[in-house]
Design a protein around this ligand. Structure first.
Ligand code: FES
Ligand SMILES: [Fe+2]
Length: 357
């Protein structure tokens, strides 16, 4: 029997103390997504994010990818703007100290005679899983590949490591990051939040949850109505006819949210900022074989369709936040299609050190 016990209380979503402990116990100690390898396609390409107040920048040097603190060792200014960028060096806008793509200092203006030995950008440990550049802020996490092996097989037909990004769109969110994750990892809400948009095509009742066996991920498929799969020559090359109608929805805890249909994939990057704020960036991806179909206009049209659904999720998450912040609810009651939410809450609870009283 699936365990539907909720391990978190509504107050865990609105408490600054809980968020502080999540930063230390969850965000510092587990693998978090920075970008995709394909977003660092040429030497000098970079992608900057802010993960729970840790500004980071992933860069491609001549051969390798590295992730650095996006914090200037001079006086602490952040160096590059969030999102994608390009340049042969990282130049701090404050006093124009500049750094090579290996993090070493190129030079500092008007600083002749100053001993700058050892001044460089601190590197953050990273790994690559399914084409995602993931970082471990504390440097201590075990490599994620074993723990995510079951998820890798569940999403194998999409051949995620080969996917390339065709469009991105960022949304500001004014609710707790866990509400966002939980909203993503259940398709039960198709019956309510998306009853006129997604539900007619991907009905909640067609959800098939995939058992993670307690591993740090959640995944499911939703069988779509006929016709949604489109013509086979537009499918991702690993998609078989038997799965072409599947909507795939998944998450690698804590922050990586992904999904796909026969013709493309998408992933959401969550950048937590505080107890009640985070940014969500949607990235639309496809297989290089299908790139021709994704003209700028076509990519934007697909992104707009996804954004329409996301705007419905924004409304739902805002409503949930209002309820959780009210203090009028003391526990959740999870339904069978929310076994993944129960799994996520158990994972969060287990990752957290107990509150100091
Ligand atoms: S803080 Fe970066 S150059 Fe001064
Ligand atoms: Fe949704």
């Amino acid at each position: 029997m699936t365990d539907l016990t909720a391990s978190l209380a509504p107050s865990d979503y609105v408490s600054d103390d809980v968020y502080r402990r999540e930063v230390a116990d969850i965000f510092e100690r587990h693998w978090l997504p920075v970008c995709r390898v394909d977003q660092l396609d040429v030497p000098g390409a970079r992608y900057a994010v802010d993960l729970a107040g840790r500004p980071l920048v992933a860069v491609r040097g001549d051969a390798s990818i590295r992730v650095f603190a996006n914090v200037c060792p001079h006086r602490g200014s952040t160096i590059v703007e969030p999102g994608q960028g390009r340049g042969s060096a990282l130049v701090c806008p404050y006093h124009r100290w500049s750094f090579r793509l290996d993090g070493s200092l190129v030079g500092a203006p008007l600083a002749e005679g100053l001993d700058l030995d050892g001044v460089c950008l601190p590197e953050v440990r990273h790994t690559v899983w399914e084409g995602f550049v993931l970082v471990a802020l504390s440097g201590e996490a075990d490599e994620p590949h074993d723990a995510l092996a079951g998820l890798s097989s569940a999403i194998a037909p999409w051949r995620w490591s080969e996917m390339v990004t065709v469009a991105s769109r960022r949304f500001e969110s004014t609710w707790n990051w866990k509400v966002m994750v939980e909203n993503w990892i259940e398709c039960y809400h198709h019956v309510g939040a998306h009853r006129e948009t997604v539900e007619p095509f991907q009905p909640a009742r067609n959800t098939r949850l995939i058992d993670s066996g307690g591993a740090p991920w959640a995944a499911m498929t939703v069988d779509s109505i006929d016709g949604v799969e489109g013509p086979p020559d537009e499918w991702m090359p690993g998609i078989e006819p038997s799965m072409a109608k599947d909507l795939s929805v998944w998450s690698a805890f804590p922050l990586l949210l992904g999904g796909g249909v026969s013709r493309y994939g998408f992933w959401l990057q969550i950048e937590p900022m505080s107890t009640v704020r985070h940014a969500v960036t949607w990235h639309l991806v496809t297989h290089p074989d299908q790139l021709d179909r994704f003209t700028t206009e076509a990519a934007e049209a697909t992104m707009e369709m996804l954004a329409e659904v996301h705007r419905e999720d924004i409304q739902s998450c805002e409503r949930v936040h209002a309820g959780l912040a009210s203090g009028l609810l003391d526990r959740f009651t999870l339904a069978p299609l929310e076994a993944t939410v129960a799994d996520f809450q158990r994972w969060v609870r287990a990752a957290m050190s107990p509150a100091a009283d």
